[in-house]
Design a binder for this molecule. Sequence first.
Ligand code: A2P
Length: 289
Amino acid sequence: LAHTVTFNDGRKIPQMGLGVWKEDNAAAKRSVEQALHAGYKMIDTAKQYGNEAGVGAGLKSGLKANNLQRSDIFVTTKIFNGDQGYQSTLDNFKKSLQHLQLDYVDLLLIHWPVDHKYKDTWRALEELQRQGLAKSIGVSNFDEARLKDLLSDAKVIPVVNQLEFNPLNQQQKIRTMMADLNIRLEAWSPLGGGAALNNPVIVQLAQKYQKTPAQIILRWDIQQLVITIPKSTHEKRMVENSEIDDFKLTDADMKAIAALDQEKKSLWYDDFKWHNPNIPEYDTVHSWP
Ligand code: A2P
């Protein structure tokens, strides 16, 4: 949990944090409290998760209970598809801040590249950064073509692109492009929703290092400077996921995991609906990456 990486804007982010997708407000409040208790310093939410208020409540009580300051933690949220566009992003982000009970977020992302809107949305993020309401700004779920298009007009280069990333889906092509631009990879669903945890190579490495499969995968992220946000609603697992500083994967083992890439293109990637603003708010909380 002590590892940080530096963004292209000079700011630092804790390399491992807690993701809270699919958690309702009550669960998110509890998870955030547990995570802060377990020593996590970074929390990743989104308006679309429908739990910003729960995260805000958990931050408030969790900071107090653990004697932490706002500046000790790093909070990320994301612009909902239906809010994209310049003015709408500015207006709706202020509501996110209210729900989170915060004066600023450390990182604000465009959740999905809504076609014909993401450039205006990005201008709004640049403005929010200028105003100090979002310290760093970035994107999520951008493919190469959309990232290139965004950059053709952008004044600020995104600090991250948050993508689905796990040993079975390593996003090799876009990572090369991002590395050239100094855009960091942030991994959502780093445990691959279970499939990667049962992979025989991962299981074998877990035996070798006397660690769990989840710890092997997360250590693999950390060693290649990927920012990672495993989700768990159980404090025991949050602690397990954070206990990865007492071993180091060898280069050969790093390569063995890299070789598991199936270039499995995620189903959502080309799906029209993710790039469309007309998704009813919150009714898809449980199926929305
Ligand atoms: P739970 O919330 O019940 O702990 P990802 O972030 O890759 O999408 O993975 C999240 C899923 O993996 C959640 O369903 C979570 O379940 C589960 N999970 C999180 N940490 C671990 C772990 N250390 N071992 C096994 N499963 C885990």
